[in-house]
Design a protein around this ligand. Structure first.
Ligand code: PGA
Length: 251
């Protein structure tokens, strides 16, 4: 089962448009045979979109806080997500890391969200890709620190999204190649093996994210063997998103 995760970031800017995007996704989800959609809208739209949940469509938050309770203005907690019925949460996205979130904070959030039984999508990825493999050290450090002390049970609800920072968002150079992804995913499994053992490391879903479009989506899931995709910009364009979903589901 491939996981197609839509990261809407701070979009769209009206509840009406959010409803329209979700309604489209909900129609598309009904036809899926080999994949599942997870819509991650801004937190303010989570509750109104609950009505679109279905066996092939889940909702996820784009973040949650590193404490479960207390005076934390503007934050939302992992227990709130659980009680609202939000199954997934993205943590450690590069745009949040750029805003000051470090591996230690990401680790705290991951552990709390797992404790609440959420499925956690943790983003990792290097800033630059060099030809000597230095970037792998950055990747390894992120994984070891963001995913420390999870406990064997926690890993069952963990998903890694490999998102090289240079491939993400409007300032992206280009998407990674499926072969580049495959190499990084193998490296990630090796690092995870050293943390929890081979079996859990090979069962771990690893998604690709960064400039996914209809023209490259299915290549990542076939040639690149990605377990799914994390899609930003293209998930906001109904026609493009529809094409991606169809291609990936049939691939
Ligand atoms: P993008 O964003 O698809 O617009 O590059 C991906 C992400 O930030 O998750």
């Amino acid at each position: 089962m491939k996981l197609i995760v839509a990261n809407w970031k701070m979009n769209p800017d009206s509840p009406r448009e959010a409803g329209e995007l979700a309604a489209l996704a909900s129609r598309l989800a009904k036809k899926l045979r080999h994949s599942k959609l997870v819509l991650c809208p801004p937190a303010i739209y989570l509750a109104p979109l609950l009505k679109y949940l279905s066996p092939r469509l889940s909702l996820g938050a784009q973040n949650c806080f590193s404490e479960v309770a207390g005076a934390h203005t503007g934050e939302i907690s992992a227990p709130m997500l659980r009680k609202l019925g939000i199954d997934y949460v993205i943590l450690g996205h590069s745009e949040r890391r750029a805003g000051g979130e470090n591996d230690e904070v990401v680790n705290k959030k991951v552990r709390l969200a797992l404790k609440e039984g959420r499925k956690v999508i943790v983003c990792v990825g290097e800033h630059e890709r060099d030809s000597h493999g230095q970037y792998l050290i950055e990747l390894k450090t992120q994984i070891q620190n963001s995913l420390a002390k999870l406990g064997a049970a926690g890993w069952k609800n963990l998903i890694i999204a490999y998102e090289p920072v240079w491939a993400v968002g409007t300032g992206a150079k280009a998407a990674d190649t499926p072969a580049g992804f495959l190499e990084s995913a193998l490296f990630i499994r090796r690092v995870v093996t050293s943390l929890v053992g081979r079996r859990a490391a090979f069962a771990l879903p690893i998604l690709y994210g960064g400039s996914v479009e209809a023209k490259n989506a299915a290549l990542f899931t076939t040639v690149g063997q990605a377990d799914g995709l994390l899609i930003g910009r293209a998930s906001l364009n109904g026609d493009e998103f529809k094409k991606i979903i169809k291609l990936v589901d049939e691939s």
